[in-house]
Write a protein that binds this ligand. Structure first.
Ligand code: HEM
Length: 186
């Protein structure tokens, strides 16, 4: 399955990164360029989730479960792959369910925030996948500097928990502000 996984991962990585870029461009541009990127967004997101889910399932079948689950790097890669898929599935549901409302008021900041985190997760997923096959990058060093020892530990550092809590609170506040602004406008 390794060869299939390696081929398949290129699709979600490319689609999710372009979707993140499209979300950023639409968030800063109401003009023709922004509208064009927004029209492409549902296709990018749906295709990304479909190929991402396939890569995820194939990934689980590359190594025996006992091998995968007993290596910190394998578990970390699995964790980040799952988070990436979950983030982009969420963005897909938001875009399909709420349409262009997601660009109104502060909603666009929520979209940029979610897409930004999703893109970072995809970057780390790919980085850890590369480490699994011996293609190392400096991103591993950056994660180490941030307190995440990707080779020997499997835990969420306190700093990361703090960041998750802060980001969660900021997102809830943005959502409430956005809803109030939308209610006043409507
Ligand atoms: C639960 C889900 C996943 C598991 C268990 C998993 C597992 C693995 C394993 C075991 C390898 C090493 C392959 C080998 O030995 O040849 C690998 C490589 C890799 N994986 Fe995953 N994977 C998962 C999901 C994903 C996803 C969703 C992506 C991308 C969005 C991804 C990106 C990569 C990359 C870029 C490599 C390195 C390929 C290379 O440089 O040759 N993986 N993965």
């Amino acid at each position: 399955m390794a060869a299939y996984h390696v081929v398949m991962v290129h699709f979600p990585i490319a689609l999710w990164l372009v979707a993140g870029l499209a979300i950023f461009i639409r968030a800063v541009s109401d003009g023709a360029v922004g509208q064009t990127f927004d029209r492409a967004l549902p296709t990018l997101l749906v295709a990304g989730v479909v190929f991402g889910a396939l890569a995820w399932v194939l990934g689980l079948n590359v190594w025996p479960w006992s091998t995968l689950s007993s290596t910190p790097m394998g578990r970390n890669h699995m964790l980040l792959a799952s988070w990436s898929l979950a983030y982009f599935a969420l963005l897909t549901v938001l875009r399909l369910r709420h349409g262009t409302v997601i660009w109104q008021g502060l909603n666009r900041l929520v979209m940029v925030g979610l897409a930004g985190v999703g893109v970072i997760f995809v970057g780390i997923t790919g980085t850890l996948g590369g480490h699994l096959v011996g293609n190392y990058t400096e991103v591993g060093q950056v994660l180490r500097l941030l307190g995440w020892e990707i080779y020997s530990t499997f835990y969420v550092p306190n700093l990361t928990i703090g960041v998750i809590v802060v980001v969660s609170v900021v997102m809830v506040v943005l959502a409430l502000l956005g809803r109030n602004a939308a209610q006043k406008a409507g």
